[in-house]
Design a protein around this ligand. Sequence first.
Ligand SMILES: CC(=O)SCCNC(=O)CCNC(=O)[C@H](O)C(C)(C)COP(=O)(O)OP(=O)(O)OC[C@H]1O[C@@H](n2cnc3c(N)ncnc32)[C@H](O)[C@@H]1OP(=O)(O)O
Ligand SMILES: O=C([O-])CC(=O)C(=O)O
Length: 362
Amino acid sequence: MRVNPGLEGVIVADTEISYIDGQSGILIYRGYEAKQLALHRSYEEVVYLLWKGRFPDSAELDAFNQALWENQRLTEELKQIIKLIPPDVDMMSVIRAALSSLGDRSFGWPPSLEKAVSLLAITPAIIAARYRHLQGKPIVEPIPNLSFAANYLLMIHGKKPHPAHIRALESYFTLAAEHGLNASTFTARVVASTEADLSSAIIAALGALKGPLHGGAPSEVEGMLEQIGSLEEAEKWMRERLRQGEKLMGFGHRIYKTTDPRAEALRQVVQTGSGAEPWFQFAVEVEKIALALLKEVKPHRQIHTNVEYYTAAILKAIQLPKLLYTPTFAVTRIAGWIAHILEQAKNNRIIRPTSNYIGSMD
Ligand SMILES: CC(=O)SCCNC(=O)CCNC(=O)[C@H](O)C(C)(C)COP(=O)(O)OP(=O)(O)OC[C@H]1O[C@@H](n2cnc3c(N)ncnc32)[C@H](O)[C@@H]1OP(=O)(O)O
Ligand SMILES: O=C([O-])CC(=O)C(=O)O
């Protein structure tokens, strides 16, 4: 049996975690529409739902919040590792290196929820510590009774975050937590299927997420908007890129053949918070020009805005620097990866497709 390049349309797993209707632009986590969850549930409740298949009761939620907070404290060894990595090493590589140092036996097969919590919790602490180290600032400890998103902002900026920023980040975290068998989640499942330890599966997924065609796109979006510079230049700039066979970052998707619902939801979140900002208006206008151009240049392709276009907008709105865009995506997507690793572990068979040899037989 031969399948499409890029495994397009190939079903390789049954899952109860999420459903995507790419024609209607709908994303569902365990029976609940992701957009509704972003409006009505905390991020911590959504993670619990993804991992356990149901919402926590209030005692379970308190215990989960407490466990997240307790696991955000960096050990002295981890602080040293974060400082010792040369300053020009990018943040995704720093996270990989730091998480590698956690690969002791307790993370081994089968994956446990306890270790899952510790990996999810420690990642924002690693990012924030590294960011502050690069700025010559001291590490900021998380505060109990602050939400996961609020503590992330606190640990980065060193001051209590603005409530609107916390709400915007929580919406983003929920909307970007899980997305079926995207490249990084598939990677996590492949590694888990070898019965490797949980941290190895997460580290491999981080590698897949980093690429500009996947989670590396938001900083490229901001770079594109910077290079375009003004609305007058937008069409000319993008037409030239398309003529050279390049892609416009933040557009196109393997599954969505209509607008990515997460892009819509994030646009609304930014519009409510900082809609009047000139750069946001600029992004919205450039999007319109890009969509018209893509329709003209690729008439047979249904290319729409994807989540990464407005990820750039929302992370800029909450004053995160560009170097934290993909790492912030990783913080939330770890929840989705873990849900899939746990599901893989329940009914595991090693993932091992076949290649067709076309080389020499000499
Ligand atoms: C969280 C996320 O990962 S969301 C995705 C983030 N990535 C980006 O925004 C990067 C830009 N987009 C892309 O590279 C692609 O659309 C992907 C990687 C998301 C999906 O890729 P695929 O499903 O393999 O589509 P593929 O790359 O084959 O594109 C199909 C056609 O649409 C075109 N196309 C797809 N996306 C774009 C784009 N952003 N700009 C211009 N043309 C595009 C391709 O050139 C191709 O046209 P052709 O058949 O005439 O050569
Ligand atoms: O599903 C995909 O291929 C990419 C994506 O949008 C995601 O991982 O959120």
